[in-house]
Design a protein around this ligand. Structure first.
Ligand SMILES: Nc1ncnc2c1ncn2[C@@H]1O[C@H](COP(=O)(O)OP(=O)(O)OP(=O)(O)O)[C@@H](O)[C@H]1O
Length: 609
Protein backbone atom coordinates (compact mmCIF):
# COMPACT_ATOMS: atom_id res chain seq x y z
CA UNK A 1 0.00 0.00 0.00
CA UNK A 2 1.42 3.40 -0.87
CA UNK A 3 0.94 6.13 1.65
CA UNK A 4 1.36 9.82 0.79
CA UNK A 5 2.34 11.09 -2.59
CA UNK A 6 5.74 11.95 -3.94
CA UNK A 7 4.42 15.25 -5.22
CA UNK A 8 3.54 16.50 -1.75
CA UNK A 9 7.03 15.62 -0.61
CA UNK A 10 8.69 17.79 -3.26
CA UNK A 11 6.27 20.67 -3.75
CA UNK A 12 7.43 24.10 -2.52
CA UNK A 13 5.10 25.95 -0.09
CA UNK A 14 2.30 27.96 -1.64
CA UNK A 15 2.89 31.75 -1.53
CA UNK A 16 0.44 33.53 0.77
CA UNK A 17 -0.80 35.66 -2.11
CA UNK A 18 -1.85 32.49 -3.99
CA UNK A 19 -3.69 31.23 -0.91
CA UNK A 20 -5.42 34.61 -0.60
CA UNK A 21 -6.57 34.41 -4.23
CA UNK A 22 -7.72 30.78 -3.83
CA UNK A 23 -9.63 31.79 -0.72
CA UNK A 24 -11.44 34.58 -2.56
CA UNK A 25 -12.27 32.22 -5.44
CA UNK A 26 -13.63 29.62 -3.02
CA UNK A 27 -16.19 32.02 -1.52
CA UNK A 28 -17.48 32.98 -4.98
CA UNK A 29 -19.85 35.97 -4.97
CA UNK A 30 -18.97 36.76 -1.33
CA UNK A 31 -15.35 37.52 -2.34
CA UNK A 32 -15.77 41.35 -2.06
CA UNK A 33 -17.21 41.09 1.47
CA UNK A 34 -14.51 38.62 2.52
CA UNK A 35 -11.90 41.03 1.15
CA UNK A 36 -13.50 43.85 3.19
CA UNK A 37 -13.49 41.62 6.28
CA UNK A 38 -9.80 40.83 5.85
CA UNK A 39 -8.97 44.52 5.44
CA UNK A 40 -11.08 45.20 8.55
CA UNK A 41 -9.08 42.62 10.55
CA UNK A 42 -5.82 44.13 9.30
CA UNK A 43 -6.91 47.63 10.35
CA UNK A 44 -8.16 46.30 13.70
CA UNK A 45 -4.76 44.72 14.40
CA UNK A 46 -3.02 47.99 13.40
CA UNK A 47 -5.33 50.07 15.63
CA UNK A 48 -4.57 47.70 18.50
CA UNK A 49 -0.83 48.21 17.91
CA UNK A 50 -1.14 52.02 17.93
CA UNK A 51 -3.35 51.84 21.05
CA UNK A 52 -0.59 49.90 22.83
CA UNK A 53 1.97 52.49 21.76
CA UNK A 54 -0.22 55.22 23.39
CA UNK A 55 0.59 53.69 26.79
CA UNK A 56 4.15 55.08 26.57
CA UNK A 57 3.26 58.83 26.38
CA UNK A 58 0.31 58.19 28.73
CA UNK A 59 2.51 56.77 31.51
CA UNK A 60 5.19 59.37 30.77
CA UNK A 61 2.71 62.21 31.21
CA UNK A 62 1.17 60.59 34.28
CA UNK A 63 4.24 59.40 36.17
CA UNK A 64 7.11 61.65 35.03
CA UNK A 65 5.65 65.00 34.08
CA UNK A 66 2.39 64.69 36.07
CA UNK A 67 0.72 66.49 33.21
CA UNK A 68 -2.85 65.25 33.70
CA UNK A 69 -4.25 67.09 30.69
CA UNK A 70 -1.75 65.37 28.41
CA UNK A 71 -2.38 62.04 30.19
CA UNK A 72 -6.09 62.48 29.57
CA UNK A 73 -5.38 63.24 25.91
CA UNK A 74 -3.40 59.98 25.49
CA UNK A 75 -5.98 58.06 27.48
CA UNK A 76 -8.71 59.26 25.12
CA UNK A 77 -6.52 58.50 22.09
CA UNK A 78 -5.75 55.01 23.43
CA UNK A 79 -9.42 54.34 24.22
CA UNK A 80 -10.55 55.62 20.81
CA UNK A 81 -8.07 53.29 19.09
CA UNK A 82 -9.17 50.33 21.26
CA UNK A 83 -12.84 51.05 20.45
CA UNK A 84 -11.99 51.44 16.73
CA UNK A 85 -10.14 48.14 16.83
CA UNK A 86 -13.08 46.40 18.53
CA UNK A 87 -15.64 47.85 16.10
CA UNK A 88 -13.51 46.97 13.07
CA UNK A 89 -12.95 43.42 14.31
CA UNK A 90 -16.62 42.99 15.17
CA UNK A 91 -17.69 44.18 11.74
CA UNK A 92 -15.06 42.04 9.99
CA UNK A 93 -16.07 38.93 11.87
CA UNK A 94 -19.70 39.50 11.06
CA UNK A 95 -18.83 37.57 7.89
CA UNK A 96 -18.79 34.57 10.21
CA UNK A 97 -21.66 35.64 12.50
CA UNK A 98 -24.27 36.66 9.95
CA UNK A 99 -24.08 33.34 8.11
CA UNK A 100 -22.16 34.43 5.01
CA UNK A 101 -19.36 31.97 5.82
CA UNK A 102 -21.87 29.14 6.26
CA UNK A 103 -23.53 30.18 2.98
CA UNK A 104 -20.14 30.18 1.19
CA UNK A 105 -19.35 26.75 2.61
CA UNK A 106 -22.73 25.50 1.43
CA UNK A 107 -22.21 27.00 -2.04
CA UNK A 108 -18.79 25.43 -2.34
CA UNK A 109 -20.19 22.02 -1.41
CA UNK A 110 -22.91 22.39 -4.04
CA UNK A 111 -20.27 23.48 -6.56
CA UNK A 112 -18.16 20.41 -5.74
CA UNK A 113 -21.26 18.21 -6.05
CA UNK A 114 -21.99 19.77 -9.47
CA UNK A 115 -18.40 19.18 -10.47
CA UNK A 116 -18.70 15.49 -9.55
CA UNK A 117 -21.76 15.35 -11.77
CA UNK A 118 -20.04 17.05 -14.72
CA UNK A 119 -16.55 15.60 -14.61
CA UNK A 120 -15.73 12.68 -16.93
CA UNK A 121 -16.77 9.45 -15.22
CA UNK A 122 -13.43 7.90 -16.06
CA UNK A 123 -11.70 10.57 -13.92
CA UNK A 124 -14.31 10.24 -11.20
CA UNK A 125 -13.94 6.47 -11.06
CA UNK A 126 -10.18 6.79 -10.70
CA UNK A 127 -10.79 8.43 -7.29
CA UNK A 128 -11.98 6.52 -4.28
CA UNK A 129 -15.39 7.37 -2.84
CA UNK A 130 -13.97 8.07 0.62
CA UNK A 131 -11.48 10.56 -0.79
CA UNK A 132 -14.27 12.50 -2.49
CA UNK A 133 -16.39 12.30 0.64
CA UNK A 134 -13.54 13.67 2.71
CA UNK A 135 -12.96 16.44 0.17
CA UNK A 136 -16.58 17.56 -0.13
CA UNK A 137 -17.16 17.56 3.64
CA UNK A 138 -13.91 17.93 5.60
CA UNK A 139 -11.84 20.01 3.21
CA UNK A 140 -14.61 22.51 2.71
CA UNK A 141 -14.94 22.95 6.47
CA UNK A 142 -11.16 23.08 6.94
CA UNK A 143 -10.98 25.63 4.19
CA UNK A 144 -13.55 28.11 5.30
CA UNK A 145 -14.89 27.57 8.78
CA UNK A 146 -11.77 28.68 10.72
CA UNK A 147 -10.18 30.97 8.16
CA UNK A 148 -11.16 34.34 9.63
CA UNK A 149 -10.23 33.28 13.17
CA UNK A 150 -6.79 32.10 12.09
CA UNK A 151 -6.08 35.12 9.90
CA UNK A 152 -7.16 37.37 12.78
CA UNK A 153 -4.67 35.64 15.11
CA UNK A 154 -1.87 35.94 12.53
CA UNK A 155 -2.57 39.67 12.09
CA UNK A 156 -2.52 40.14 15.88
CA UNK A 157 0.82 38.30 16.01
CA UNK A 158 2.42 40.28 13.18
CA UNK A 159 0.68 43.57 12.44
CA UNK A 160 0.00 44.68 16.03
CA UNK A 161 3.67 44.53 17.22
CA UNK A 162 4.84 46.07 13.94
CA UNK A 163 2.53 49.07 14.38
CA UNK A 164 3.50 49.42 18.06
CA UNK A 165 7.19 49.44 17.07
CA UNK A 166 6.62 51.98 14.28
CA UNK A 167 4.75 54.29 16.67
CA UNK A 168 7.48 53.91 19.29
CA UNK A 169 10.00 55.34 16.79
CA UNK A 170 8.54 58.75 17.69
CA UNK A 171 9.15 58.19 21.43
CA UNK A 172 12.38 56.27 21.74
CA UNK A 173 14.05 55.03 18.56
CA UNK A 174 16.33 52.59 20.43
CA UNK A 175 13.38 50.74 21.96
CA UNK A 176 11.48 50.80 18.67
CA UNK A 177 14.48 49.39 16.83
CA UNK A 178 14.96 46.62 19.39
CA UNK A 179 11.31 45.66 18.99
CA UNK A 180 11.57 45.82 15.20
CA UNK A 181 14.67 43.58 15.26
CA UNK A 182 12.70 40.74 16.81
CA UNK A 183 10.66 40.38 13.60
CA UNK A 184 13.53 39.87 11.21
CA UNK A 185 14.71 37.17 13.61
CA UNK A 186 11.41 35.31 13.29
CA UNK A 187 11.13 35.55 9.52
CA UNK A 188 14.21 33.44 8.54
CA UNK A 189 13.23 30.90 11.19
CA UNK A 190 9.76 30.71 9.79
CA UNK A 191 10.98 30.51 6.17
CA UNK A 192 13.41 27.75 7.16
CA UNK A 193 10.74 25.60 8.78
CA UNK A 194 7.81 26.44 6.52
CA UNK A 195 8.49 23.98 3.66
CA UNK A 196 8.74 21.09 6.14
CA UNK A 197 5.63 22.24 7.99
CA UNK A 198 3.70 22.68 4.76
CA UNK A 199 4.71 19.25 3.48
CA UNK A 200 3.79 17.75 6.84
CA UNK A 201 0.31 19.26 6.73
CA UNK A 202 -0.21 18.14 3.13
CA UNK A 203 0.89 14.60 3.89
CA UNK A 204 -1.37 14.65 6.94
CA UNK A 205 -4.30 15.80 4.76
CA UNK A 206 -3.61 12.98 2.30
CA UNK A 207 -3.31 10.44 5.12
CA UNK A 208 -6.70 11.58 6.47
CA UNK A 209 -8.22 11.24 3.01
CA UNK A 210 -6.75 7.74 2.63
CA UNK A 211 -8.03 6.69 6.07
CA UNK A 212 -11.47 8.06 5.18
CA UNK A 213 -11.53 6.07 1.94
CA UNK A 214 -10.31 2.89 3.65
CA UNK A 215 -12.94 3.12 6.43
CA UNK A 216 -15.72 3.64 3.87
CA UNK A 217 -14.53 0.80 1.67
CA UNK A 218 -14.19 -1.50 4.69
CA UNK A 219 -17.67 -0.80 6.05
CA UNK A 220 -19.30 -1.03 2.61
CA UNK A 221 -17.48 -4.24 1.74
CA UNK A 222 -17.91 -5.90 5.12
CA UNK A 223 -20.61 -8.39 4.00
CA UNK A 224 -18.42 -9.56 1.08
CA UNK A 225 -15.31 -9.63 3.24
CA UNK A 226 -17.03 -11.70 5.93
CA UNK A 227 -18.35 -14.12 3.35
CA UNK A 228 -14.86 -14.48 1.90
CA UNK A 229 -13.33 -14.76 5.40
CA UNK A 230 -11.24 -11.69 4.52
CA UNK A 231 -12.61 -9.29 7.14
CA UNK A 232 -9.51 -9.85 9.28
CA UNK A 233 -7.09 -9.39 6.39
CA UNK A 234 -8.76 -6.15 5.32
CA UNK A 235 -8.89 -4.99 8.94
CA UNK A 236 -5.11 -5.41 9.00
CA UNK A 237 -4.87 -3.10 6.04
CA UNK A 238 -7.12 -0.61 7.84
CA UNK A 239 -4.96 -0.89 10.94
CA UNK A 240 -1.89 -0.27 8.80
CA UNK A 241 -3.56 2.90 7.44
CA UNK A 242 -4.26 4.04 11.02
CA UNK A 243 -0.66 3.26 12.04
CA UNK A 244 0.52 5.35 9.09
CA UNK A 245 -1.78 8.17 10.19
CA UNK A 246 -0.38 7.96 13.72
CA UNK A 247 3.20 8.07 12.37
CA UNK A 248 2.41 11.10 10.22
CA UNK A 249 0.73 12.83 13.17
CA UNK A 250 3.69 12.06 15.44
CA UNK A 251 6.19 13.40 12.86
CA UNK A 252 3.96 16.44 12.33
CA UNK A 253 3.83 17.18 16.07
CA UNK A 254 7.59 16.73 16.36
CA UNK A 255 8.37 18.89 13.33
CA UNK A 256 5.80 21.46 14.38
CA UNK A 257 6.97 21.57 18.00
CA UNK A 258 10.62 22.37 17.20
CA UNK A 259 10.13 25.60 15.24
CA UNK A 260 7.40 26.57 17.65
CA UNK A 261 9.67 26.31 20.68
CA UNK A 262 12.51 27.94 18.75
CA UNK A 263 10.45 30.96 17.71
CA UNK A 264 8.91 31.27 21.18
CA UNK A 265 12.43 31.21 22.67
CA UNK A 266 13.75 33.82 20.23
CA UNK A 267 10.78 36.10 20.95
CA UNK A 268 10.98 35.73 24.73
CA UNK A 269 14.77 36.19 24.79
CA UNK A 270 14.49 39.15 22.39
CA UNK A 271 11.90 40.87 24.58
CA UNK A 272 13.95 40.13 27.72
CA UNK A 273 17.03 41.70 26.09
CA UNK A 274 14.88 44.70 25.24
CA UNK A 275 13.78 45.06 28.85
CA UNK A 276 17.37 44.51 30.04
CA UNK A 277 18.57 47.31 27.76
CA UNK A 278 15.71 49.47 29.02
CA UNK A 279 16.84 48.95 32.63
CA UNK A 280 20.47 49.82 31.68
CA UNK A 281 19.33 52.99 29.89
CA UNK A 282 17.15 54.02 32.84
CA UNK A 283 20.12 53.53 35.17
CA UNK A 284 22.40 55.67 32.99
CA UNK A 285 19.66 58.29 32.83
CA UNK A 286 19.03 58.12 29.06
CA UNK A 287 15.55 56.56 29.38
CA UNK A 288 12.55 57.70 31.34
CA UNK A 289 11.39 55.19 34.02
CA UNK A 290 7.77 55.71 32.91
CA UNK A 291 8.71 54.64 29.34
CA UNK A 292 10.28 51.47 30.73
CA UNK A 293 7.14 50.77 32.80
CA UNK A 294 5.04 51.21 29.63
CA UNK A 295 7.36 48.84 27.76
CA UNK A 296 6.80 46.19 30.43
CA UNK A 297 3.06 46.42 29.72
CA UNK A 298 3.58 46.28 25.94
CA UNK A 299 6.02 43.36 26.09
CA UNK A 300 3.68 41.39 28.34
CA UNK A 301 0.86 42.02 25.86
CA UNK A 302 2.84 41.12 22.73
CA UNK A 303 4.93 38.17 23.80
CA UNK A 304 2.11 35.59 23.70
CA UNK A 305 0.76 36.20 20.18
CA UNK A 306 4.30 36.58 18.79
CA UNK A 307 5.47 33.31 20.32
CA UNK A 308 2.51 31.34 19.05
CA UNK A 309 2.70 32.80 15.54
CA UNK A 310 4.14 29.56 14.08
CA UNK A 311 1.27 27.57 15.56
CA UNK A 312 -1.28 29.65 13.67
CA UNK A 313 0.66 29.47 10.42
CA UNK A 314 0.63 25.66 10.77
CA UNK A 315 -3.18 25.80 10.73
CA UNK A 316 -2.94 28.12 7.74
CA UNK A 317 -0.96 25.36 5.96
CA UNK A 318 -3.89 23.02 6.57
CA UNK A 319 -6.26 25.57 5.02
CA UNK A 320 -3.86 26.03 2.09
CA UNK A 321 -3.65 22.33 1.31
CA UNK A 322 -7.45 21.98 1.53
CA UNK A 323 -7.82 24.92 -0.88
CA UNK A 324 -5.36 23.30 -3.26
CA UNK A 325 -7.22 19.98 -3.25
CA UNK A 326 -10.53 21.74 -3.84
CA UNK A 327 -8.99 23.88 -6.61
CA UNK A 328 -7.56 20.78 -8.31
CA UNK A 329 -10.94 19.03 -8.28
CA UNK A 330 -12.75 22.10 -9.62
CA UNK A 331 -10.15 22.49 -12.37
CA UNK A 332 -11.03 19.15 -14.01
CA UNK A 333 -12.91 20.10 -17.13
CA UNK A 334 -15.94 18.15 -18.33
CA UNK A 335 -15.93 16.42 -21.71
CA UNK A 336 -16.26 19.15 -24.33
CA UNK A 337 -19.66 19.63 -25.95
CA UNK A 338 -19.04 20.06 -29.66
CA UNK A 339 -20.89 22.70 -31.61
CA UNK A 340 -23.36 22.84 -33.20
CA UNK A 341 -25.60 20.86 -30.85
CA UNK A 342 -27.47 18.18 -32.76
CA UNK A 343 -30.33 15.81 -31.95
CA UNK A 344 -30.57 12.39 -33.57
CA UNK A 345 -33.93 11.41 -35.03
CA UNK A 346 -33.18 7.74 -35.65
CA UNK A 347 -31.43 5.33 -33.29
CA UNK A 348 -28.98 3.15 -35.14
CA UNK A 349 -25.42 3.21 -33.78
CA UNK A 350 -22.15 3.46 -35.69
CA UNK A 351 -18.74 2.81 -34.17
CA UNK A 352 -16.23 4.20 -36.68
CA UNK A 353 -12.64 3.08 -36.18
CA UNK A 354 -12.84 3.71 -32.43
CA UNK A 355 -9.66 3.41 -30.33
CA UNK A 356 -9.50 4.16 -26.64
CA UNK A 357 -6.94 3.82 -23.88
CA UNK A 358 -7.68 4.55 -20.20
CA UNK A 359 -5.55 7.26 -18.59
CA UNK A 360 -4.24 4.62 -16.21
CA UNK A 361 -4.02 1.85 -18.80
CA UNK A 362 -0.82 0.68 -20.48
CA UNK A 363 -2.45 -0.61 -23.68
CA UNK A 364 -5.59 0.43 -25.56
CA UNK A 365 -8.78 -1.17 -24.18
CA UNK A 366 -10.47 -0.73 -27.59
CA UNK A 367 -8.58 -0.76 -30.91
CA UNK A 368 -9.85 0.40 -34.31
CA UNK A 369 -13.31 -0.96 -33.59
CA UNK A 370 -15.97 -0.45 -36.26
CA UNK A 371 -19.51 -1.79 -36.24
CA UNK A 372 -23.03 -0.80 -37.25
CA UNK A 373 -25.96 -1.57 -34.93
CA UNK A 374 -29.16 -1.14 -36.99
CA UNK A 375 -32.21 0.49 -35.37
CA UNK A 376 -34.39 -1.86 -33.28
CA UNK A 377 -31.80 -4.62 -33.56
CA UNK A 378 -30.30 -6.73 -30.81
CA UNK A 379 -26.50 -6.76 -30.79
CA UNK A 380 -24.55 -8.95 -28.40
CA UNK A 381 -21.01 -8.11 -27.31
CA UNK A 382 -19.12 -11.24 -26.38
CA UNK A 383 -15.48 -11.99 -25.69
CA UNK A 384 -13.18 -13.02 -22.90
CA UNK A 385 -12.88 -11.00 -19.72
CA UNK A 386 -10.99 -7.77 -20.34
CA UNK A 387 -11.64 -7.78 -24.09
CA UNK A 388 -13.29 -4.33 -23.98
CA UNK A 389 -17.06 -5.01 -23.88
CA UNK A 390 -17.81 -2.72 -20.92
CA UNK A 391 -15.45 -0.06 -22.28
CA UNK A 392 -17.43 0.08 -25.54
CA UNK A 393 -20.67 0.69 -23.63
CA UNK A 394 -18.93 3.37 -21.50
CA UNK A 395 -17.82 5.11 -24.69
CA UNK A 396 -21.38 4.93 -26.03
CA UNK A 397 -22.59 6.54 -22.77
CA UNK A 398 -19.84 9.14 -23.20
CA UNK A 399 -18.23 8.47 -19.87
CA UNK A 400 -15.02 9.12 -21.80
CA UNK A 401 -14.17 10.11 -25.39
CA UNK A 402 -12.16 7.82 -27.68
CA UNK A 403 -8.70 9.08 -28.62
CA UNK A 404 -9.52 8.36 -32.28
CA UNK A 405 -12.58 7.44 -34.28
CA UNK A 406 -16.15 8.40 -33.52
CA UNK A 407 -19.47 7.03 -32.33
CA UNK A 408 -22.67 8.14 -34.01
CA UNK A 409 -26.30 7.72 -33.03
CA UNK A 410 -28.71 8.22 -35.93
CA UNK A 411 -25.77 9.65 -37.89
CA UNK A 412 -24.97 12.30 -35.23
CA UNK A 413 -21.56 12.20 -33.53
CA UNK A 414 -22.36 11.78 -29.82
CA UNK A 415 -19.95 14.65 -29.02
CA UNK A 416 -22.50 16.95 -30.68
CA UNK A 417 -25.42 15.62 -28.62
CA UNK A 418 -26.01 17.57 -25.36
CA UNK A 419 -25.15 15.35 -22.37
CA UNK A 420 -28.66 15.45 -20.89
CA UNK A 421 -30.17 14.46 -24.24
CA UNK A 422 -27.68 11.61 -24.67
CA UNK A 423 -28.62 10.30 -21.22
CA UNK A 424 -32.29 10.49 -22.24
CA UNK A 425 -31.57 8.34 -25.27
CA UNK A 426 -30.00 5.43 -23.42
CA UNK A 427 -31.23 3.16 -20.59
CA UNK A 428 -28.78 0.89 -18.85
CA UNK A 429 -29.53 -2.22 -16.81
CA UNK A 430 -26.42 -3.31 -14.94
CA UNK A 431 -25.63 -6.62 -13.31
CA UNK A 432 -25.18 -4.82 -9.97
CA UNK A 433 -28.25 -2.76 -9.25
CA UNK A 434 -27.83 0.42 -7.25
CA UNK A 435 -30.94 1.35 -5.26
CA UNK A 436 -31.06 4.66 -3.38
CA UNK A 437 -32.21 5.13 0.22
CA UNK A 438 -35.64 6.34 -0.78
CA UNK A 439 -39.08 4.76 -1.24
CA UNK A 440 -39.67 1.99 -3.78
CA UNK A 441 -41.90 4.40 -5.71
CA UNK A 442 -39.16 7.07 -5.84
CA UNK A 443 -36.52 4.52 -6.86
CA UNK A 444 -38.52 3.50 -9.91
CA UNK A 445 -39.54 7.10 -10.66
CA UNK A 446 -35.86 7.98 -11.09
CA UNK A 447 -36.26 6.59 -14.60
CA UNK A 448 -38.53 9.56 -15.40
CA UNK A 449 -39.00 12.05 -12.56
CA UNK A 450 -42.17 13.58 -14.04
CA UNK A 451 -43.97 10.20 -14.35
CA UNK A 452 -47.35 9.91 -12.58
CA UNK A 453 -47.97 7.25 -9.91
CA UNK A 454 -50.06 5.32 -12.42
CA UNK A 455 -47.21 5.28 -14.95
CA UNK A 456 -44.78 4.10 -12.26
CA UNK A 457 -47.21 1.29 -11.34
CA UNK A 458 -47.60 0.27 -15.00
CA UNK A 459 -43.81 0.09 -15.43
CA UNK A 460 -43.52 -1.95 -12.22
CA UNK A 461 -46.22 -4.31 -13.46
CA UNK A 462 -44.52 -4.78 -16.83
CA UNK A 463 -41.24 -5.46 -14.98
CA UNK A 464 -42.94 -8.18 -12.87
CA UNK A 465 -42.48 -6.17 -9.65
CA UNK A 466 -46.07 -5.80 -8.41
CA UNK A 467 -46.17 -9.08 -6.47
CA UNK A 468 -43.17 -8.45 -4.25
CA UNK A 469 -43.74 -4.68 -3.86
CA UNK A 470 -47.22 -5.32 -2.45
CA UNK A 471 -45.77 -7.76 0.05
CA UNK A 472 -43.32 -5.14 1.42
CA UNK A 473 -44.16 -3.73 4.91
CA UNK A 474 -45.24 -0.28 3.63
CA UNK A 475 -45.85 -1.35 0.04
CA UNK A 476 -44.84 1.38 -2.40
CA UNK A 477 -43.78 3.70 0.41
CA UNK A 478 -41.28 1.23 1.89
CA UNK A 479 -37.84 2.81 2.12
CA UNK A 480 -35.13 0.79 0.43
CA UNK A 481 -32.69 1.70 3.23
CA UNK A 482 -34.97 -0.07 5.72
CA UNK A 483 -35.27 -3.29 3.72
CA UNK A 484 -32.36 -3.11 1.22
CA UNK A 485 -30.89 -6.36 2.46
CA UNK A 486 -34.27 -8.13 2.25
CA UNK A 487 -34.71 -7.76 -1.52
CA UNK A 488 -33.40 -10.64 -3.63
CA UNK A 489 -31.02 -10.04 -6.54
CA UNK A 490 -33.86 -10.79 -8.98
CA UNK A 491 -36.22 -8.32 -7.23
CA UNK A 492 -33.63 -5.54 -7.30
CA UNK A 493 -32.95 -6.33 -10.94
CA UNK A 494 -36.67 -6.07 -11.77
CA UNK A 495 -36.86 -2.69 -9.99
CA UNK A 496 -34.02 -1.44 -12.18
CA UNK A 497 -35.79 -2.79 -15.28
CA UNK A 498 -38.96 -0.97 -14.17
CA UNK A 499 -36.88 2.22 -14.03
CA UNK A 500 -35.63 1.60 -17.56
CA UNK A 501 -39.16 0.77 -18.78
CA UNK A 502 -40.44 4.03 -17.34
CA UNK A 503 -37.66 5.95 -19.02
CA UNK A 504 -38.58 4.32 -22.35
CA UNK A 505 -35.30 5.30 -24.02
CA UNK A 506 -34.84 4.18 -27.65
CA UNK A 507 -31.48 2.55 -26.88
CA UNK A 508 -31.01 -0.06 -24.14
CA UNK A 509 -27.72 -1.40 -22.79
CA UNK A 510 -27.95 -4.63 -20.81
CA UNK A 511 -24.88 -5.65 -18.85
CA UNK A 512 -25.77 -9.33 -18.45
CA UNK A 513 -28.47 -8.61 -15.89
CA UNK A 514 -29.41 -12.24 -15.23
CA UNK A 515 -25.87 -13.54 -14.82
CA UNK A 516 -26.03 -13.65 -11.04
CA UNK A 517 -29.61 -14.91 -10.64
CA UNK A 518 -31.06 -18.32 -9.84
CA UNK A 519 -33.21 -19.86 -12.59
CA UNK A 520 -36.55 -18.87 -10.99
CA UNK A 521 -35.60 -15.21 -10.74
CA UNK A 522 -34.04 -15.43 -14.18
CA UNK A 523 -37.36 -16.38 -15.77
CA UNK A 524 -39.12 -13.38 -14.14
CA UNK A 525 -36.31 -10.97 -15.05
CA UNK A 526 -36.16 -12.41 -18.57
CA UNK A 527 -39.88 -11.65 -19.05
CA UNK A 528 -39.34 -8.10 -17.82
CA UNK A 529 -36.41 -7.67 -20.20
CA UNK A 530 -38.40 -8.96 -23.15
CA UNK A 531 -40.93 -6.16 -22.53
CA UNK A 532 -38.14 -3.60 -22.13
CA UNK A 533 -36.25 -4.36 -25.31
CA UNK A 534 -39.09 -4.70 -27.80
CA UNK A 535 -38.68 -2.05 -30.51
CA UNK A 536 -35.41 -0.75 -29.07
CA UNK A 537 -31.84 -0.71 -30.32
CA UNK A 538 -30.33 -3.11 -27.81
CA UNK A 539 -26.72 -3.76 -26.87
CA UNK A 540 -26.23 -6.68 -24.54
CA UNK A 541 -22.99 -7.75 -22.88
CA UNK A 542 -23.10 -11.52 -22.52
CA UNK A 543 -20.80 -14.08 -21.01
CA UNK A 544 -23.22 -17.01 -21.31
CA UNK A 545 -23.52 -17.47 -25.05
CA UNK A 546 -26.67 -19.58 -24.67
CA UNK A 547 -28.54 -16.39 -23.75
CA UNK A 548 -27.82 -14.60 -27.03
CA UNK A 549 -28.27 -17.26 -29.69
CA UNK A 550 -31.22 -15.30 -31.06
CA UNK A 551 -29.35 -11.96 -31.35
CA UNK A 552 -29.46 -10.13 -34.69
CA UNK A 553 -25.69 -9.84 -34.62
CA UNK A 554 -22.95 -11.01 -32.34
CA UNK A 555 -19.74 -8.95 -32.12
CA UNK A 556 -16.85 -11.04 -30.83
CA UNK A 557 -14.16 -8.95 -29.16
CA UNK A 558 -10.60 -9.97 -28.52
CA UNK A 559 -8.03 -7.65 -26.90
CA UNK A 560 -10.19 -4.65 -27.73
CA UNK A 561 -10.63 -5.30 -31.44
CA UNK A 562 -13.44 -6.92 -33.41
CA UNK A 563 -12.39 -10.52 -34.08
CA UNK A 564 -15.64 -11.85 -35.62
CA UNK A 565 -19.12 -10.71 -36.35
CA UNK A 566 -22.33 -12.41 -37.49
CA UNK A 567 -25.40 -14.35 -36.28
CA UNK A 568 -25.03 -17.40 -34.06
CA UNK A 569 -25.48 -19.87 -36.91
CA UNK A 570 -23.00 -18.03 -39.17
CA UNK A 571 -20.38 -17.82 -36.46
CA UNK A 572 -20.81 -21.52 -35.67
CA UNK A 573 -19.97 -22.35 -39.28
CA UNK A 574 -16.56 -20.70 -39.11
CA UNK A 575 -13.89 -22.33 -37.02
CA UNK A 576 -13.23 -19.18 -35.09
CA UNK A 577 -13.12 -17.67 -31.65
CA UNK A 578 -16.93 -17.78 -31.15
CA UNK A 579 -17.18 -21.44 -32.02
CA UNK A 580 -14.36 -22.26 -29.58
CA UNK A 581 -16.05 -20.21 -26.83
CA UNK A 582 -19.40 -21.92 -27.51
CA UNK A 583 -17.85 -25.41 -27.43
CA UNK A 584 -15.98 -24.60 -24.21
CA UNK A 585 -19.21 -23.41 -22.55
CA UNK A 586 -21.10 -26.48 -23.73
CA UNK A 587 -18.37 -28.73 -22.32
CA UNK A 588 -18.65 -26.98 -18.94
CA UNK A 589 -22.41 -27.36 -19.10
CA UNK A 590 -22.19 -31.10 -19.94
CA UNK A 591 -19.73 -31.58 -17.11
CA UNK A 592 -22.13 -29.76 -14.80
CA UNK A 593 -25.06 -31.87 -16.05
CA UNK A 594 -23.15 -35.08 -15.51
CA UNK A 595 -22.23 -33.94 -12.03
CA UNK A 596 -25.79 -33.14 -10.98
CA UNK A 597 -27.46 -35.92 -13.07
CA UNK A 598 -29.86 -33.56 -14.75
CA UNK A 599 -31.23 -33.64 -18.29
CA UNK A 600 -31.60 -29.92 -18.69
CA UNK A 601 -28.72 -29.28 -21.16
CA UNK A 602 -30.48 -27.61 -24.03
CA UNK A 603 -29.39 -24.05 -24.83
CA UNK A 604 -32.04 -21.43 -24.27
CA UNK A 605 -33.79 -20.19 -27.41
CA UNK A 606 -33.71 -16.45 -28.25
CA UNK A 607 -32.90 -14.37 -25.22
CA UNK A 608 -31.06 -11.26 -24.19
CA UNK A 609 -29.92 -11.72 -20.68
N1 LIG B 1 -10.85 2.48 -15.30
C1 LIG B 1 -9.90 1.75 -15.93
N2 LIG B 1 -8.63 2.17 -15.95
C2 LIG B 1 -7.68 1.45 -16.60
N3 LIG B 1 -7.90 0.31 -17.27
C3 LIG B 1 -9.16 -0.16 -17.30
C4 LIG B 1 -10.22 0.53 -16.63
N4 LIG B 1 -11.37 -0.17 -16.82
C5 LIG B 1 -11.03 -1.24 -17.57
N5 LIG B 1 -9.71 -1.23 -17.86
C6 LIG B 1 -8.98 -2.21 -18.68
O1 LIG B 1 -9.48 -2.16 -20.02
C7 LIG B 1 -9.56 -3.43 -20.56
C8 LIG B 1 -10.99 -3.72 -21.04
O2 LIG B 1 -11.82 -3.76 -19.88
P1 LIG B 1 -13.41 -3.98 -19.98
O3 LIG B 1 -13.95 -3.79 -18.61
O4 LIG B 1 -13.93 -3.15 -21.06
O5 LIG B 1 -13.46 -5.52 -20.41
P2 LIG B 1 -14.73 -6.48 -20.44
O6 LIG B 1 -14.63 -7.21 -21.72
O7 LIG B 1 -15.97 -5.72 -20.17
O8 LIG B 1 -14.36 -7.42 -19.21
P3 LIG B 1 -15.40 -8.25 -18.27
O9 LIG B 1 -16.07 -9.22 -19.16
O10 LIG B 1 -14.48 -8.91 -17.30
O11 LIG B 1 -16.31 -7.25 -17.65
C9 LIG B 1 -9.09 -4.41 -19.49
O12 LIG B 1 -7.75 -4.71 -19.76
C10 LIG B 1 -9.22 -3.64 -18.22
O13 LIG B 1 -8.25 -4.02 -17.29
Amino acid sequence: MSHGSATSRRRPPTPWLTTYRQLLVSVGPDAPSLRRSLIGLLLAAAAQGFALACIVPLLSALLSRRDFAEALYWLVACSALVVASLVLRWRAQSFDFDGRMAASTHRLRIQLGEQLRRMPLETLQSRRTGELNSMVLNNVDENLAHTLTIINLIFIALVTPLCTALALLAVDWRMALALLLIFPAIVPLYRWRRPALGRGKRILGEAHQQANADVLEYTQGLPVLRAACQAGAKAERLTSTFVHLETIQAIGHRKGAKPNILVATVVEVGLLIMLGLGVVWVLDGSLDLAVLAALFVIVARLSEPLSTFILYTAILELIESALERIGALLAISPLAQRQPEEQPTSYDIHFDDVSFQYAQGNVPAVREFSAHLPPRSLTALVGPSGSGKTTLTRLLLRQADPQSGSIRIGGVDIRHIPTARLHDLISVVFQDVYLFDDTVMANIRMGRPDASDAEVRRAAQAAQCLGFIERLPQGWQTRIGDIGGCLSGGEKQRLSIARALLKDAPIVILDEPTAALDSESEVAVQRAIDTLVSDKTVVVIAHRLSTIVGADQILVLEDGHLAENGRHAELMETEGRYQRMWRAQQRVKCWHVAAVRSNDDEPQPRGVA
